[in-house]
Design a protein around this ligand. Structure first.
Ligand code: PEP
Ligand code: MG
Length: 538
C-alpha cells in the first residue's frame, strides 16, 4: 500500500481506480515513409472521434439539456469538413509529415483564418475547430480527450486541472479527483468543491503514472490518497465513510427548518452553483435560493460562445427549478485562469490583474449584451437578480447602466417579452469596491462579497500560486475589516449584503459575519445544512 499526503478541498471518502489524465502536448514534426498508412490513421481517428462525440451528446442531453448538448452534434458534422480533410491529406502526402503534426497545423491554421472573419457567428466556429483538433490528437496519441474513460467509478489523476476541464468532468463516473499540484483557492478547486466529490491537491511527483489503473481510496478528511490499500485500511475507511453518512443524515433533519440564531436573528442561506446538476444539489440540500450562479461555467463547457437562445434556455430552466426562490446570476467572469479558447485572448503577464470579469464584458460589449438579453428574457420565469463581477469603479457602473438600457430598448423594439426591472447588484471582490462601497451602495440593489478574490487582492496573494500556502490566513483581519465596513455602508444605504466567496462556508467565522449584519451566506450545496446547524447554535 502506498500512502500519499495532499491537501483536501472536500470532506468525504471515495473508492475507485486511478485514471491518469494527460494534458495536451505539442505534436512534433516528423518526416514519414508511408503517407498512405499515416492518412489511414487520420480516417480511423475521425471515426473514433465521432463515436466519442455521439456518446458525449447523449450524456450531455441528460445532464445539461438538448440545447447545450447541441455543440457536440455540430462538432461531429465538422469532422466531415472537406477543407479540413483536404488540408491534412495535402500535408501528409505533399510534405510527407506525420499525421499528428498535419492535424495540429490544420486545426490551428483554420481556426486562425476563421478568427479573422467579420461575421461573429462564423468566428465562433474557431473554438469548435480547435476542440475537434484536440480530440483527434487525443485519439492519435492515445491520451487526453481521446482516452476512453472507464464506465465504472474512477478517480481522475492529473498534474493540475483548468477550471474548464473540471467543468466538463462527468459527475456520474468520476468519484474523486487527485492532483499532483494545484492551489486550494483556485477556481478549479472552487468548481470541484461544488461537484461534491473528494478532491485532493498537491500530492506531488510520487503520484507517478505507474499507478494508472490501481485501486485507490481518497480520504478527504485527512487529505490522504491510499493506493492499493490493504484490507484493514479499506475496512477502516469504509467505516469512516458510513459514520460520515450517518452524521449527514442527522444534518438532513435540519431541512425545512429556519436559519435562525438563538436570539432570533435570521440569515438567508443560499447555494453557489455552476450547472443544472449543481442546481439539483442545491435543491436537495434545501437551499433558500441561489446566491451565485457562476455563469461562466456555461461558457467554459462550450467550444464556442453559447448563443442567446442557449443561455436563455439554461437560465429559464434554473429559474423554473428554483420555483420562485431567488436566483442571482453573475455575468460571465472569465479571463485569468478561466480561459475560453474562442476568445483568442492575448497571454498576459499578470492575468489575475488583467482583462477579466467586467473588464472583458465592457471591452467586448456584444458578448455581455447577448448575455443580458438572455437574462432579461429569462427574468419573467422567476425571481432573478443580475450581479456584476470585479467592479472597481463608479464609471464601470455607469457604462453597465448604458448597456442595460440598450438591451432593454432592443428587446422592446423586437417585441420580445422580458422582465422590465431586474434587481442588479455587484460583487465586492476588489479592495477598490470595498473602499468605495458608500458610493456604490447608492447605485445598486445589493452587494455580495467575493472573499476569494477580495483576499487575493487585499493580501496580494495569488490564488493560483501553490507555493503561498504558508501565508494563507482565512479570515485575515484586513479582509474582515473591509467586509465590516462594506456591510455598514450597505445598510446605511438600505441595501442587503451577502457573502458568496468560500469564507461564507467557514463556520468558524459565522458568528462574526452575523455580528456584522450580513444578510445572506451563499455556499456550496453540500455545506448548506452544516451552516444552518451552526447558525442555530449561535
Ligand atoms: C470570489 O471571488 O470570492 C467569488 C465568489 O468568485 P470566484 O471564486 O468565482 O472568483
Ligand atoms: Mg471572484
Amino acid at each position: 500500500m502506498i500512502t500519499l499526503q495532499g491537501k483536501s478541498v472536500y470532506r468525504d471518502i471515495c473508492v475507485g481506480r486511478l485514471v491518469f489524465y494527460g494534458g495536451r502536448k505539442e505534436a512534433a514534426r516528423r518526416v514519414v515513409e508511408n503517407p498512405e498508412g499515416e492518412f489511414l490513421q487520420f480516417e480511423g481517428a475521425v471515426e473514433a472521434a465521432k463515436e466519442q462525440l455521439r456518446a458525449l451528446y447523449e450524456e450531455s442531453v441528460r445532464t445539461v439539456g438538448a440545447a447545450n448538448a447541441a455543440v457536440f452534434q455540430a462538432q461531429e458534422l465538422l469532422l466531415e469538413d472537406e477543407e479540413y480533410r483536404e488540408s491534412v491529406r495535402q500535408m501528409v502526402y505533399g510534405q510527407r509529415v506525420n499525421v499528428e503534426y498535419a492535424v495540429q497545423m490544420t486545426g490551428e491554421n483554420m481556426a486562425r483564418a476563421i478568427q479573422a472573419v467579420e461575421d461573429a457567428y462564423i468566428r465562433e466556429r474557431s473554438g469548435d475547430i480547435l476542440d475537434i483538433t484536440e480530440r483527434l490528437l487525443g485519439v492519435l496519441n492515445g491520451s487526453d480527450k481521446g482516452r476512453e474513460l472507464p464506465t465504472e467509478p474512477f478517480i481522475l489523476v492529473a498534474e493540475d486541472l483548468l477550471p474548464s476541464e473540471v467543468a466538463q468532468l462527468s459527475r456520474s463516473r468520476v468519484v474523486g479527483l487527485a492532483l499532483r499540484r494545484g492551489s486550494v483557492h483556485s477556481h478549479a478547486a472552487v468548481l470541484g468543491r461544488n461537484m461534491g466529490i473528494p478532491f485532493l491537491m498537491k500530492l506531488g511527483e510520487e503520484l507517478s503514472d505507474e499507478y494508472d489503473g490501481a485501486p485507490a481510496v481518497i480520504d478527504g478528511f485527512s487529505g490522504v490518497l491510499y493506493i492499493a490499500p490493504d484490507g484493514i485500511t479499506l475496512a477502516r475507511l469504509e467505516e469512516k465513510k458510513r459514520e460520515w453518512s450517518r452524521q449527514k443524515e442527522l444534518l438532513w433533519e435540519l431541512k425545512g427548518k429556519e436559519n435562525i440564531t438563538r436570539d432570533g436573528k435570521t440569515v438567508k442561506v443560499f447555494a453557489n452553483v455552476g450547472s443544472l446538476t449543481d442546481v439539483e444539489a442545491a435543491c436537495a440540500n434545501d437551499a433558500g435560493g441561489i446566491g451565485l450562479l457562476r455563469s461562466e461555467v456555461l461558457y467554459l463547457e462550450s467550444a464556442a460562445p453559447p448563443n442567446e437562445e442557449m443561455q436563455f434556455a439554461f437560465y429559464k430552466q434554473v429559474l423554473e427549478r428554483m420555483n420562485g426562490r431567488e436566483v442571482v446570476v453573475r455575468t460571465f467572469d472569465f479571463g485569468a485562469d478561466k480561459q475560453v479558447p474562442w476568445l483568442g485572448q492575448e497571454p498576459e503577464k499578470n492575468p489575475a490583474l488583467g482583462l477579466r470579469g467586467i473588464r472583458l464584458g465592457l471591452e467586448q460589449p456584444q458578448l455581455l449584451k447577448t448575455q443580458l438579453c438572455a437574462l432579461y428574457r429569462a427574468g419573467i420565469y422567476g425571481k432573478l437578480r443580475i450581479m456584476y463581477p470585479m467592479i472597481t469603479s463608479m464609471e464601470e457602473l455607469r457604462q453597465l447602466r448604458h448597456l442595460e438600457r440598450q438591451v432593454r430598448h432592443e428587446l422592446e423594439r423586437e417585441g420580445v417579452r422580458f422582465a422590465e426591472s431586474i434587481p442588479t447588484g455587484i460583487m465586492i471582490e476588489t479592495p477598490a469596491a470595498a473602499l468605495l462601497s458608500d458610493q456604490l451602495a447608492g447605485e445598486v440593489d445589493f452587494f455580495s462579497v467575493g472573499t476569494n478574490d477580495l483576499t487575493q487582492y487585499t493580501l496580494a496573494l495569488d490564488r493560483q500560486n501553490e507555493n503561498l500556502e504558508r501565508f494563507d490566513d482565512p479570515g485575515h483581519e484586513a479582509v474582515l475589516r473591509l467586509i465590516k465596513m462594506t456591510a455598514k455602508n450597505a445598510h446605511e444605504a438600505g441595501i442587503q449584503i451577502g457573502i458568496c466567496g468560500e469564507l461564507a462556508g467557514d463556520i468558524a467565522l459565522t458568528e462574526e459575519f452575523l455580528r456584522m449584519g450580513i444578510d445572506e451566506l451563499s455556499v456550496s450545496p453540500e455545506e448548506i445544512l452544516e451552516l444552518r446547524q451552526r447558525i442555530r447554535e449561535i
